[in-house]
Ligand binder design. Structure first.
Ligand SMILES: [Zn+2]
Length: 676
């Protein structure tokens, strides 16, 4: 395949001198965080006041767009210095001060986004300015500010704006209550050891006693998931599944209904026919119609696979019922789903995860991962030995473009758990890669925060395969942050459409399911030997386990979410039951997703297309050209171009679903001519 033409719209940065400054600092006391927050708000507000109070005839690019863009750069860096410590600081006081700062700054953000005086001057500029006098990205910035203003209703009469404001306030309170209800739910079921048959001893021993030989099973994930997967007493699974789905049913169903109604009201005041259309306007999928078609087509194609898989688990159920002397009801119930899907994994795709992890010691994985990314993207990473960081476990690396030797960014790795630290794995953008007020380029800085097992003197940190996948995924976001070369902070790094933001990282997950990269990231922690061929093949094959049912369930959840946000009269529970029957034949649990749930599947389609169309053809480890094309077409623009434009440049054609379907084990009719 011939490589696509060079990406259009290159930022004029090649000429821009680069400033390698790291403007971040991690030495602030709790008191300083409080003081600097107030100072930052005052300074920033002053700029907004200036922009918003100027006479209309004085409005120019410099006095509005540039002033706002410049203050955004310094504001973003300062804000991260103040609000990032809440996730990582070892000091509780500092974490609390940082959380407090975040609250104040979030309120301030809302206030600034509602500045009608500023909005009116930007509209004035748009009407007055010659479009071709602006660089493409500056024009995009102008249009984006106006769009955001309209999405806040700043173009509407005062009383409508007041209505929108009051709805927004109610919405945020309702969301807080909804989550609080779930978090504070203390429901538990007292169950005997017999009723918990099939669960491992260490799980049972970890449960609190509930008196008279019973054990307390809560509805939190660490109890719910293992039980639904492992407990061989169907009646217990049924009780737990039902209780799980009824958590806060009364309070939260009422809240959900009110949320949905208020969101619809707000969207209608803003001129959208549904809330989904309001949300989707900012995404790749521009309307609820596009999402509906996408989900329906996908469901149609996945259905045969789901049916095959359901037949398999029904056989397993029949055999199990015979073995245990239970009645066989001839169908898969909600509470059977995870149990038999787990059996499929354990019998058909058995991978000994405990043996496997002996081949993934942290140091070997990190070394392999960093070397793969450096080669793939033409970058060189250097550890900064004496960098100032927020905790002794944290490492800072600087990143150079290998060809030019120019520093393009830095990243922090904070990989081990500690008290009070953020509990999941994520990438935090800390310093946006964009132009500074004097036209020099600011380097991008990001942090990867995770919670892998910490090594001790006698036990190394060994990663489960899914942790290696998480590591690879999150590091993909880090690279997105660092390789983007936007002009405006608003378009830097991962500030792309929300239904595209996962695609680059999802694509990179493919590396942990391929032999060569796996071999480079692994070595037995004691013997130094490589992963046995048979184990490696089993692992790679296991990616296909339950894909039909898993993805159909994703479609059900996405469709419930869409239904709630397109039809105002939809009842959450009814809608859910109807779609489960129609698509899956089995129910699961919905979440509050604001018409975005489809995004995971949506972006996976693009990630698979990029991987199979280019990397798989040209080389996943030594495809120099494809790696550089990926960096320049997909990562470099950040959000300064539409994702659909970037994808077309990288693929050399419009994106397709074929690769996604193939990766799920489906046959694709390839009667149409090959691309390029
Ligand atoms: Zn992600």
């Amino acid at each position: 395949m011939k490589p696509p033409a060079a990406c259009a719209g290159d930022a004029p940065d090649t000429a821009a001198p680069c400033s390698v400054g790291n403007y971040l600092r991690w030495d602030l006391s709790a008191q300083q965080i409080g003081e600097l927050t107030v100072e930052l708000i005052e300074q920033t507000k002053r700029v907004y006041d200036q922009v918003g109070s100027q006479k209309f005839e004085d409005v120019s690019y410099e006095s509005t767009l540039k002033a706002l863009a410049d203050v955004e750069v310094s504001y973003t860096v300062q804000r991260n210095i103040l609000d990032f410590p809440q996730h990582v600081s070892p000091s509780k006081d500092i974490r609390m001060a940082s959380t407090e700062a975040d609250k104040k700054l979030s309120e301030f953000d809302v206030e600034m986004s509602m500045r009608q005086d500023v909005y009116q001057r930007i509209v004035w500029l748009q009407e007055k300015i010659q479009k071709d006098s602006l660089r493409p990205e500056a024009l995009r910035y102008l249009e984006r500010l106006i769009k955001l203003g309209r999405r806040n209703g700043l173009h509407l009469p005062e009383d409508t704006q007041q209505k929108i404001k009051s709805i927004k306030k109610k919405l945020s309170l309702l969301c807080i209550d909804f989550n609080k209800n779930l978090n504070e739910d203390t429901t538990f079921l007292p169950l005997t050891r017999e009723e918990l048959g099939g669960l491992p001893e260490d799980f049972l021993n970890s449960l609190e006693k509930a008196g008279d030989d019973k054990l307390k099973v809560t509805l939190k994930y660490p109890h719910y998931f293992p039980l639904l997967k492992k407990c061989h007493v169907p009646e217990t699974r049924r009780k737990v599944e039902e209780a799980f789905n009824c958590r806060c049913k009364q309070e939260n169903c009422a809240i959900l209904r009110e949320l949905v109604t208020l969101r619809a009201q707000k969207s209608s005041l803003l001129g959208f026919s549904t809330h989904a259309d309001y949300v989707l306007e900012m995404n790749m999928a521009k309307s609820s119609q596009v999402v509906a078609t996408f989900l329906d087509e996908l469901a149609q194609k996945l259905k045969p696979l789901g049916e095959q898989e359901r037949a398999v688990i029904l056989e397993l159920k029949k055999a199990e019922c015979e073995k245990r002397g239970l009645d066989f009801d001839g169908r898969i119930n909600a509470w059977d789903m995870r149990y038999y899907m787990n059996q499929v994994e354990e019998t058909r795709y058995s991978v000994d995860q405990n043996l496997l992890k002996e081949y993934f010691p942290m140091q070997v994985v990190t070394k392999g991962l960093l070397s793969i990314y450096q080669e793939l993207l033409g970058l060189t990473f250097d550890l900064e030995e004496s960098a100032t960081v927020w905790h002794e476990d944290v490492k800072l690396y600087s990143v150079r473009d290998s060809a030019s030797g120019k520093v393009i960014g830095k990243f922090y790795l904070d990989l081990y758990p500690r008290e009070g630290k953020y509990g999941h794995a994520a990438c935090f953008g800390l310093q946006p890669g964009c132009l500074r007020h004097d036209g020099t380029r600011q380097i991008a800085i990001a942090a990867m925060v995770a919670n892998f097992t910490k090594p001790t003197p006698d036990a190394p940190s060994l990663l489960q395969h899914d942790e290696v996948e998480t590591y690879f995924h999150e590091f993909g976001h880090v690279m997105h942050q660092l390789c983007s070369q936007a002009e405006f902070a608003m378009f830097s790094g991962t500030h792309v459409e929300r239904d595209f933001v996962e695609a680059p990282s999802q694509m990179l997950e493919n590396w942990v399911w391929e032999k060569e990269p796996l071999l480079r990231m692994s070595q037995h922690y004691k013997s130094g030997s490589t992963i046995p061929q048979e184990l490696l093949e089993k692992l790679i094959k296991s990616r296909q386990a339950n894909t039909g049912l898993f993805n159909l369930r994703q479609i059900v959840l996405a469709k419930v979410d869409q239904a709630l946000h397109t039809q105002t009269a939809a009842d959450p529970a009814e809608e859910y039951a109807r779609l489960c029957q129609e698509i899956l034949g089995v129910p699961a649990t919905p979440g509050g997703y604001d018409a975005q749930y489809y995004g995971y599947l949506w972006s996976e389609v693009y990630s698979m297309d990029m991987f199979h169309t280019r990397f798989k053809q040209e080389g996943i480890l030594n495809g120099k050209q494809v790696g550089m094309d990926y960096r320049s077409c997909i990562l470099r623009p950040g959000g300064s171009q539409d994702a659909s434009v970037m994808l077309k440049l990288f693929l050399g054609r419009e994106p397709k679903q074929d690769a996604f379907l193939l990766s799920k084990g489906l046959q694709v009719d390839s009667s149409e001519p090959a691309a390029c």
